[in-house]
Write a protein that binds this ligand. Sequence first.
Ligand code: GDP
Length: 213
Amino acid sequence: MKVTSAEFVKSAFERSHWPRDSRPEIAFLGRSNVGKSSLLNSLLQRKALARTSNTPGRTQSINYFLVNGAIPTSGARTGHPQTKSSGPGFYFVDLPGYGFAKVSKTMRADWGKMAEEYLSDRDELALCIQLVDSRHKPSQLDLQLHEWLLFNEKDHIVVATKSDKLSSNELSKQVRLIQNDMPGSRVISYSSETGKGRDAVWSEIAEALSKRS
Ligand code: GDP
């Protein structure tokens, strides 16, 4: 997919902040530091649209990015509104990273009521992209979220991040292991450093969006 425009729209701290324009939404989920901001920036080919930081758990909001959406700008010459790009577009939705508060026991406590509420109730949700670190076995929280997505029949894929940190042998082994732990989901390995996996992830996004149109 060609990204013609991408912009940060808002941070939602409660349900009433969720957009009301019915555009489909692609949600990104994963534990803090898994490489979620880097994946967003890499997919959108923007350097720092989503903030990358080494301070896990800092952002507790749901962040909305409008991709390929028509953004009216005032037409200086014609007096008519113009748009930077055509088409209604869709949202990338960056959910807070989970698994930072080690003391908490349940996913709800660990991760925040809002994210769970969003996943349960949001009709616009077209695809969940769950991130896991390709170098590690999925954590209990990763598995718990995955089971929740399966149980609730959410369309989803798993993206194994930081694949450039492994040799191709190690990576195949790890992807098999993740696939075993997370049956019923397509696992795509990704490197935000090299862009490997980008086309595969975009084609999953395009397919999910086409089901909605
Ligand atoms: P977030 O907390 O999930 O948003 O994670 P970030 O995107 O901020 O990434 C956490 C750290 O991992 C940063 O230091 C990134 O530079 C690094 N990182 C993220 N993705 C990759 C990747 O694909 N390859 C490599 N080598 N490092 C990555």
